[in-house]
Design a protein around this ligand. Sequence first.
Ligand code: ANZ
Ligand code: ZN
Length: 809
Amino acid sequence: MSKIVYNHKAIEKKWRERWAKDPVNPKLDGQGNKKQKYYCLDMFPYPSGNGLHVGHWRGYVISDVWSRYKLLNGYYIVHPMGWDAFGLPAENYAIKMGVHPAISTAENVANIKRQIHEIAALYDWDMEVNTTDPDFYKWTQWIFVKMFKEGLAYEKEFPINWCPSCKTGLANEEVVNGKCERCGTEVTKKNLRQWMLRITKYADRLLNDLDKLDWPEKVKKMQSDWIGKSYGAEVDFPVDGREEKITVYTTRPDTLFGATFMVLAPEHGLAASLATEETKEAVEKYIYDASMKSNVDRMQDKEKTGVFTGSYAINPLNGAKTPIWLSDYVLADYGTGAIMCVPAHDDRDFEFAKKFDIPIIQVIAKDGKEIEHMEEAYTEAAGTMINSGEWNGMESAVLKKEAPHIIEKKGIGHATVNYKLRDWVFSRQRYWGEPIPIVHCPDCGAVPVPEEELPLRLPEVDSYEPTGTGESPLAGIEEWVNCKCPVCGKPSKRETNTMPQWAGSSWYFLRYVDNHNTAELVSREKADEMLPVDMYIGGVEHAVLHLLYSRFYTKFLYDIGVVDFDEPFHKLFNQGMITGKNGIKMSKSKGNVVSPDELVRDYGCDSLRMYELFVGPPELDAEWDDRGIDGVNRFLKRLWNLLMDSREKEIQATKEMIKLRHRLVADITSRLESFSLNTVISGFMEYNNKFIETAKKEGGIDKETLETIAVLLAPFAPHFAEEMWEQLGHNETVFKAQWPTYDEAQMKDDEIEVAVQINGKTRAVVTISADANKEEAIAAGRAAVQSKLTGTVVKEIYVPGRIINIVQK
Ligand code: ANZ
Ligand code: ZN
């Protein structure tokens, strides 16, 4: 190369072609290549029609940098990519554009794939999967059949979350603040027969195994909160004058003496029958009104409402007559749907008691004293029991633990554990999903499609729009619906619901490593060789649903012997979001979407990769500003010029160059290890300036230092690094090099001894850094002769490297 100008177009084209012929990440051949694997996984995208914006890029750049770094550390890299192509987004897009989802999906995949190629990531496209490919969803269905056979998939009719706009049922996880996660419409209830997955059976393992994971604490906490395990007691309150009893769930049985009323959810089985002659009308109206309220209304923190039933329950501990109320702040499907209310020690109960003038009895005293006028509930479990009969004087924290067992001994209830986690509503009344492989036979009931008949293909259909009747469009295809029972041969009907989008994404990462296997989901050999995932990179929006489902699926596949690990993702990194100006989410409707295409054209892939990281700490959101890319581009140009100036000169490494080189390696490595990728980039820039300064003095930079820079830069600007490496005389890819090491001893500044004089007479000798400036040298000198200074200092002189002279009067 003769022309001394950084030409990103030529360089990037050249290396793309080279890599296409000669991949830098050779395949594991199972024999010769005994390298240890490192599986770095991206959350795979759904192929929306909008293509990728610079925000998507950041995640893929982070995972590619990490993969290439591991490659340079001697690992074989498993780094696949695929498409989460079933589900509502793809289908809604298709309906909007008036094309069949299969066609629009294929087009979108092609476009996004082209964009992903621009990132120059190490993806192994032989591993590609697409959840809508029958060869893939065959195994999604197979897992369902296995779950059915193990009793983990079952049918249930109940009021589910229903999105009137998407016209489908939703899982609890898909309802955010009472609104559809996808379209923001208020979610209502609809009674439908649903397929459910018994994820609750795995609640404890999903909770306990969080300890095994190297994940952000925040995400672990979100998962454990979602599972929501709480310890408490169920206590039976007989209804006064009747046979029935009401069982309440409480985490605070220690406060039983303070229960001054009881509240049932309006949906509670006894709610209506507890009404008396006088209250009947009000109670019925309250129950009806509650049923008409949307979840949003009920969950909002508004003023409490309620109605007294007219009936009383008997506190089983002290026989107190306790009025029974109905209120919608008690949820029907948590615990027992009934609670004992202790206004002195629970905020919601306190508010309710104040509003309806119900007595408040304090049973825990903080410093042994009873509060005269309670202004708010005392909610801590710390203090001494008062007003509590035989429990008086006990420490409430101790009693809280013992109370469930005391209650059990007394025969008035039992210790129990509750979870917030609910079984997973697994059916959708939509077209664009995996058909649930079940046949309904009048005699045999629900029968799974035989495994050897999978995949059960999604049939072609003319109208794939949702019917809105609660049935999927598949119900309209008679020749598909009507079939024979696989067991007895009787005319039967196929299940017409499809699976939710989560189905494929719950296990896709296992399939990558053996995506052509027609006999098994994944062979044991391939699984042992390449699984599980070492590093998973994606957005924090998947902290609960996708990650929880994937963990559940993996545990199930472990239980049936498909894989021999029970956690899929060892390490997790959540990248922040790239937003438009003022933190506004990039979206077409806001008109603030920045496409990477032009930036790649104008500045090159390497510059954009580095700028994506430069914009801020990768775990935080960052506002995009195109202009900043100039700075990174300038850095590459200056480094290029340094390379051109130095490469043929055989510059001898000076102490300064060696010191800077070791410091650079140390800084870049530690910042990279701690995922501080933005400071890696700024580090490159700072060091580059120092190298350029040194080069001015010495005529250039030594070869070893330039080589070191090339290797360190390789994960970030791979084309540039390859070219640099070649310019330095190598004819193998830079990715065959080893990540450089550093030597602390070489990083230290040189030190020199300097005489300290007072009025020209040497009084001490100090050791200072060779490149200490005047202020530093004089400060060190003064400190050394402080006790010998008797007058006022009038002048301080530093003769660099030789003398510090302090003149005093
Ligand atoms: C008496 C009590 C006294 C309570 C006290 C709390 C404080 P977690 O941790 O969420 O499990 N509760 C039980 N079932 C409920 C339902 N279906 N809807 C609304 N609230 C319900 O909390 C359990 C506590 O929440 C229970 O303990 C119960 O109130 C309430 F000083 O019982 B507690
Ligand atoms: Zn049958």
